[in-house]
Design a protein around this ligand. Structure first.
Ligand code: NDP
Ligand code: 8X3
Length: 252
C-alpha cells in the first residue's frame, strides 16, 4: 500500500510542487485548498501518473469544515503518513501601527490557527499508530522581523514554536516533526501579499535567482524519506544570494 500525504494549499506554489514531487515518489495524495477547480485539475494530472488523489475543498480557517473533511475520510484515506501544513499567506508590508486589522486576522487565522486545526485533526491517529510525520512550512520570516513584516513574521515565529512544541509532545512516539523555513520562493506569494499588484510582486525577485516551489518540495521529500530514526527538525533554505530575512544581494 502506498503511503498517504495530505498537503494543505496544494493549488499553488510550494504546495502544488509538493504534490507533484510526492506523487512522483510513490505517495497517494489528499490535496486541499479553497479553489476546487485547480484541485480537481491537479488531481486529474497526478492520477494520470499512477497516484491516487483525493481533492478536498475547504478553507483551513473554517475549523468545522476542516473537521468534517478529515473525520469523514473513507477508511482507505484515513491513515495519513505525512501532513504538510503549507497553506498560508502574507498580506501587505504596512507598518504595524498602520496595518489592516482584518488582514492581520486572515494571516493569524490561516497561518497559525489553520495549521493548528489540521494538526489537531490528523496527529492523534499518527500517535495512536506510532507512525507519522508533520512537515510545517515556516519561514525565514519567523527567525527575525523585517520592515513591514510584523504580523506575518509573528505567524511564522509561531509556526516555529508550534513545531517545537509538537516535537516535544510526540517525542515518546515515532512521529516526526519538521519545520521548513524558506527564504524567497517565487510563487504566487508576493502577488497575494501585494493584493494583485503583479509589478510590485515581480520586483521582489528582481536581481536574484529565487528559490522555486520545487526546491522546497525537494527538502520536504528529503525529510519524509529520511530513515525512521532521523528527524529533520528544522531546515532554513535560502537562495544563494540571500543571507537572512533582510540581507539580499541583487545584481543590478
Ligand atoms: P502561494 O500563494 O503560491 O500558495 C498559497 C497556498 O495556500 C495556495 O494553495 C492557497 O490555496 C493556500 N491557502 C491560502 N489561504 C488558505 C486558506 N484560508 N485555506 C486553505 N488554503 C489556503 O504561496 P506559497 O506557495 O509561496 O506559500 C505556501 C506557504 O509557504 C505559505 O505558508 C507561505 O507563508 C510559505 N512561505 C512562502 C515563501 C515564499 O517566498 N513564497 C517563503 C517562506 C514561506 P487557495 O487559494 O486555493 O485556498
Ligand atoms: C516568505 C519569505 O522573506 O517574504 O515567508 O517573508 S519573506
Amino acid at each position: 500500500m502506498k503511503p498517504i500525504v495530505l498537503i494543505t494549499g496544494a493549488t499553488s506554489g510550494i504546495g502544488q510542487a509538493c504534490a507533484r514531487r510526492f506523487a512522483a515518489a510513490g505517495y497517494n495524495l489528499i490535496i486541499t485548498g479553497r479553489r476546487s477547480n485547480i484541485l480537481h485539475d491537479l488531481a486529474t494530472e497526478l492520477s494520470a501518473t499512477g497516484a491516487e488523489v483525493l481533492p478536498l475543498t475547504f478553507d483551513v480557517r473554517d475549523a468545522d469544515a476542516a473537521c468534517e473533511a478529515i473525520t469523514s475520510l473513507a477508511d482507505k484515506w484515513s491513515q495519513i503518513d505525512v501532513l504538510i501544513n503549507n497553506a498560508g499567506l502574507a498580506l501587505g508590508l504596512d507598518k504595524e501601527y498602520e496595518g489592516n486589522i482584518d488582514e492581520w486576522a486572515t494571516m493569524i487565522d490561516t497561518n497559525i490557527k489553520g495549521l493548528l486545526t489540521m494538526t489537531r485533526l490528523v496527529v492523534p491517529a499518527m500517535v495512536a499508530r506510532n507512525s507519522g510525520h508533520v512537515i510545517n512550512i515556516g519561514s525565514v520570516a519567523g527567525d527575525a522581523a523585517y520592515a513591514g513584516g510584523n504580523v506575518y513574521c509573528a505567524t511564522k515565529a509561531a509556526v516555529k514554536a508550534i513545531s517545537d512544541g509538537l516535537r516535544i509532545d510526540v517525542a515518546d512516539s515515532a512521529v516526526r516533526v519538521t519545520n521548513i523555513k524558506p527564504g524567497l520562493v517565487e510563487t504566487n506569494f508576493s502577488n497575494v501579499r501585494f493584493r494583485g499588484d503583479d509589478q510590485r510582486a515581480d520586483n521582489v525577485y528582481k536581481g536574484i535567482t529565487p528559490l522555486t516551489g520545487d526546491d522546497i518540495a525537494d527538502v520536504a521529500l528529503y525529510a519524509a524519506s529520511a530513515p525512521k530514526h532521523v528527524q529533520i527538525a528544522e531546515v532554513l533554505v535560502l537562495a544563494t544570494h540571500q543571507a537572512n530575512g533582510t540581507v539580499i544581494v541583487r545584481n543590478s
